[in-house]
Ligand binder design. Sequence first.
Ligand code: B12
Length: 383
Amino acid sequence: MLNHAGYDNRARYDLPGPLSRRLSRPPPLRYATRMPADDRTQRAKRIAANLGFDRVGIAPPGPPPHADFLDTWLARGFAGQMRYLHRYRDLRLDPRRLLPGARSVICVAMNYHQPDPPESDGASEEPHGRFARYAWGGDYHVLIRQRLDALVERLREAIDETFDVRPFVDTAPVLERPLAATAGLGWIGKNTMLIVPRMGSFVFLGGVVTTLELDTDEPVPDRCGRCRRCIEACPTGALATPYVMDASRCLSYLTIELRDAIPAEFRDALDGRIFGCDACQRACPHNRRAPETTEPGLRVRFPAPRVPLLTVLGWSPEAYAQATGGRAVGRATLSMLRRNAVIALGNLGDRRHQPILEAIVAQGDSELADHARWALRCIASRR
Ligand code: B12
């Protein structure tokens, strides 16, 4: 089963053996001559900052606030087909079950904001599909995981104690946002995003659960106030209740996670998006003055932020692999990207695209053909 970035979570979660064995493992020994917790904490934070993390904070390892809301959320069907979110519930609710003997969670945030590219100058009338901002650069799972591994390595050099770690960046059953909020990195907004003061929500999260004892940070206050812009901006009403997302309606889920046909009721709302959605973040006033990322690995690379739809439809498996390898966009399969591109052509309603859509219908891939028939109806209805 794939997570929102398309990973196979059973493989990615990489759980170290049966739960019973892990739970029975004794916590590591504590030494009499340990460095004071505040020294250790300062060192850990300095190392994280030197590795390019924009924010670092420490959370206690127990269940973060609202953790038990997960059960309600799942019971309401808000996870859609993301079955993996039903698994490892107990570990997800309490990081101490993920790493026996855990005493702290080091939470990090990395800014990925960069400005929109200039609008097309009109020289090319080629229709383009849009990618969400988080997928414009290199794959954050890889980049952040490498930095977290480096953080652990340097911690081991700096702190002469035995300790266990469990790094995570979408790769473990962890509630990353509630933990980051507990660690004082920011607050969880009405759009469910972790919003960092003076930075905004275009940030990736990650962290390390550890048996090291570190000083914890204080949460920051919720600054959403009466604002409802994200709720109003959501094209599919996925945020009908503030702080609660019905992911089965979210365009990010529909374009990246859902492998089946996209329900017809949501297709108009795609409006040229072919991978993810930023509507609720773009509407957020806390993102108005978001600084630009300083991380070269997250800078724009082809084919994002926009890719010609006909290019996507013409990709061979090899061309697709070449264009998307090592990129977050590679988490959507070629057939999902084609499905999304066909809907985007329907959204344009331009009859010049009729022949290519008819050719797709004739090719006989039944799911893609169904979307192409829908797109042809859109074109016909605009005449
Ligand atoms: C599944 C998933 C999705 C799903 C579901 C999203 C969702 N809102 O739950 C989909 C595919 C829709 C998705 C979309 C996106 N995702 Co995503 N996703 C995840 C993943 C893998 C799990 C999240 C999860 O457990 N969801 C289940 C719900 C229940 O948990 P939650 O949102 O964490 O909710 C808690 C919940 C805990 O029980 O209760 C909460 N709560 C807090 N306050 C309050 C107040 C009240 C009153 C109540 C009732 C509840 C409540 C709080 O919101 C995380 C990584 C991780 N392991 O955490 C990344 C993650 C959340 N995604 C991320 C990103 C970047 C995105 C997108 C921006 C990508 C895009 N542009 O298309 C969008 C953003 C959409 C959005 N507004 O959330 C980042 C978010 C960074 C940030 N600043 O918050 C994460 C942390 C990945 C990462 N490592 O950086 N994602």
